[in-house]
Design a protein around this ligand. Sequence first.
Ligand SMILES: Nc1ncnc2c1ncn2[C@@H]1O[C@H](COP(=O)(O)OP(=O)(O)OP(=O)(O)O)[C@@H](O)[C@H]1O
Length: 243
Amino acid sequence: MIMTHRNKNTEALIKVNNLSFAYDKRNVLENVNFEVNEGDCLAIVGPNGGGKSTLLNILCGELSTTNSSVAICNNVPSQVRKLLGYIPQKNYYDEQFPIKVLQVVLMGRLGGKGFWYSKYDKKIALENLRKMQMENFAQHSFPSLSGGQKQRVLIARALATETKILVFDEPTSSLDVHSQNLFYDLLCDLNKDYTILVVTHNIHEVPKFAKSVLFVNKNTDFLSFTKGKEQDFYHWYQEKINV
Ligand SMILES: Nc1ncnc2c1ncn2[C@@H]1O[C@H](COP(=O)(O)OP(=O)(O)OP(=O)(O)O)[C@@H](O)[C@H]1O
């Protein structure tokens, strides 16, 4: 297992440099440093309350920092929100609201231009539904889909923003074992075209998809993952969690 340092030949997509963040003067992230290269598939792990969601919110531009400690493609996150496609753990639609699958994906095309979609937007939405093998569900009611199908639609919505980085928050928490395995196959497939970040508590699933791992517990530690060296990863994780 090779620890911590990255190949510097390519410029990192995400650069975090001496990031600290506090809620009400209480630091929840302290002196955080890491980089994510294009094509990486990064698992973000750590205990409850360690700061994973806070870090994601900063990367997605939802929480701002006072200095220039975070750069996405050399920009401040809030200026390049479209570069990160966030796929939430749960969907936040009212389960009774009769929104169609295609309308959910078209939301990925809203970009400060109001609720107006062009033919091109519709083409992009349908193309991404096809990629997720959900094209035949375009006119179905979104709330009527299964958890796994909803997840594929939400991925299609993120892809429709023409994003570079896909960000998953606890993606397998409501999936059965078969759907989890299908999801990890899908993740590896998506990773051919997109850089991926996955927040997970499912440590035993990490070796199925991760190329690197970030442990977050106020501070962070970064690990490059080597296939076949899973035991090294588990030891590293145990050491971190027992501190
Ligand atoms: N909006 C907020 N205001 C004040 N404190 C907050 C807020 N959001 C999170 N916190 C606190 O910040 C700390 C980090 O929370 P965060 O949700 O980032 O951790 P996490 O690693 O994502 O946790 P989990 O694994 O439980 O989802 C926690 O102590 C939490 O109580």
